[in-house]
Design a protein around this ligand. Structure first.
Ligand code: HEC
Length: 201
């Protein structure tokens, strides 16, 4: 009985403390992300985005060989998102590709951090500096960004100039699957978008 009273007294104190907007308590709740955690997530982001990129590239190249770009567009349309989802699930993160000129409407820059990361990389590309991947804090967790460039001529078959690089049937297939496509007219070495890896808290 005495113990119960003691516990309720403790609960009362806690309740009062939590209602009294004690600034010390609030700062105590904020989790500080350490430098080593940042480094770890930066390395993990590199690893996971490389894995995702390799997996996408291998699959697209295989489908291009098997049935040409029209067939490969079909593959990307059906498989790109589930492929990212399975890599996300396996690593307990969220892997996405985001850009300012999206093909898939879900891949548009979403958050303020997406937009500032994009501006940062874009200016590095503009100045011909090497854009460096980084992590940024968001909701007490970390988000990793890495630039994606038009790194090989194959990319142009689906993202280049419609009248030169992309053949008519591929263009028709793209328009059929993505009526609001904005992801054309890129040139070699252009900044195309970003890998984004969001870590859990
Ligand atoms: C066979 C055609 C094809 C080729 C080749 C291709 N892509 Fe794409 N790309 C697509 C399609 C289709 C999508 C939309 C996928 C989806 O629905 O998520 C896409 C989406 C993207 C996105 C995500 C942003 C967005 O616009 O939705 C990036 C980034 C991207 N491609 C970069 C590249 C790069 C870099 C290369 C060369 C290494 C490349 N692509 C080669 C067809 C292609």
């Amino acid at each position: 009985m005495k113990r119960t009273i003691q516990i309720s007294a403790l609960l009362m104190t806690l309740l009062v403390a939590s209602c009294s907007q004690n600034p010390v308590k609030e700062t105590a709740e904020v989790q500080v992300i350490t430098e080593s955690e940042r480094e770890e997530k930066l390395a993990l982001g590199d690893l996971i985005s490389n894995m995702a990129q390799t997996s996408l590239l291998q699959n697209v190249s295989k489908e291009m060989k098997a049935g040409g770009p029209v067939h490969a567009v079909e593959f990307c349309n059906i498989q790109a998102v589930p492929l990212m989802d399975s890599i996300s699930k396996a690593n307990k993160v969220k892997v996405e590709r985001v850009t300012d000129q999206q093909r898939n409407p879900d891949n548009y820059l979403k958050t303020e951090n997406d937009k500032s990361a994009w501006v940062k990389f874009k200016s590095a590309f503009f100045k011909s500096e090497k854009p460096v991947p980084f992590v940024v804090e968001e909701n007490q967790s970390l988000v990793y960004y890495k630039p994606i460039a038009i790194g090989m001529p194959t990319c142009l078959k689906c993202h280049g100039a419609p009248d030169q690089d992309i053949d008519i049937s591929t263009l028709e297939k793209i328009k059929e699957k993505y009526p609001n496509d904005l992801a054309t007219n890129y040139k070699m070495a252009d900044f195309r978008g970003m890998w984004k890896v969001s870590f859990e808290k």
